[in-house]
Design a binder for this molecule. Structure first.
Ligand code: PRP
Ligand code: URA
Length: 210
């Protein structure tokens, strides 16, 4: 079974509180998603494989240091709200290529519909971090990871900001090999599939489309 990590670091929780606040405007919301994504990426990449590299310091000494090979990681945002997390993650791992998966949730049926997929080259050799701020019913995350696995990916992590118990159970059931990382596990879904207490519609709040 993949592991679940809920980040309780005060900086992460502080930014999450800003996101939950209905008075947070689009600019601050976007900045908080950005910063929160960087902080989470720092922890998520803790077990990334490292190679050795011999370098010479300005003092003429040689050191064998550790470095992250360019082939190690990839990041895959689920469009559209996942895009809001990309800049913050790339602040931490600028060498990671970014794939995209287009999925939207039908507001009536809550079923996911896919419309786009472009993954990094050599995805089968990378750890792919699939990102989406919200894990609600889990339909979008499960469909995205199905998609990616069909295209050869073998090592996948899923990173959201908020998870609902329903989505967590669905994702763990469908993809027990995937580690899940979030800033909070909320109470439940409402009748429209929104996370409670939640933070509202992440895509609308990020892109000002409400
Ligand atoms: C939201 C969110 C997730 C999905 C979560 O996207 O960003 O992708 O809903 O819900 P689920 O777990 O029940 O599938 P939405 O479909 O609203 O599309 P958007 O990102 O384009 O706003
Ligand atoms: N998508 C969102 O943006 N918010 C929710 O609470 C659930 C799905």
């Amino acid at each position: 079974m993949g592991k679940l990590t809920i980040f309780d670091h005060p900086l992460i929780q502080h930014k999450l509180t800003c996101l939950r606040d209905e008075n947070t405007d689009v600019k601050i919301f976007r900045e908080c998603v950005d910063e929160l994504s960087s902080l989470m990426a720092y922890e998520i990449t803790r077990d990334v494989p490292v190679a050795e590299k011999r370098v010479r310091t300005p003092l003429g000494r040689e050191v064998v240091g550790r470095y992250i090979d360019g082939l190690t990681l990839g990041v895959v945002p689920i469009l559209r709200a996942g895009l809001g997390m990309i800049h913050g993650i790339l602040q931490i791992v600028p060498m990671a290529p970014v794939g995209h998966i287009g999925i939207y949730r039908d507001p009536e049926t809550l079923q996911p519909h896919d419309y786009y997929c472009k993954l990094p080259k050599d995805s089968d050799q990378r750890t792919l971090i699939v990102v989406d701020p919200m894990l609600a019913t889990g339909g979008s995350a499960v469909a995205a990871i199905d998609f990616i696995k069909k295209r050869g990916a073998k090592r996948i992590k899923f990173n959201c900001i908020l998870a609902a118990p329903e989505g967590l159970a669905a994702l763990e059931h469908a993809h027990p090999d995937v580690d899940i990382y979030c800033a909070a596990l909320d109470e439940k879904l409402n009748d429209h599939g929104y996370i409670l207490p939640g933070l509202g519609d992440a895509g609308d709040r990020l892109f000002g489309t409400k």
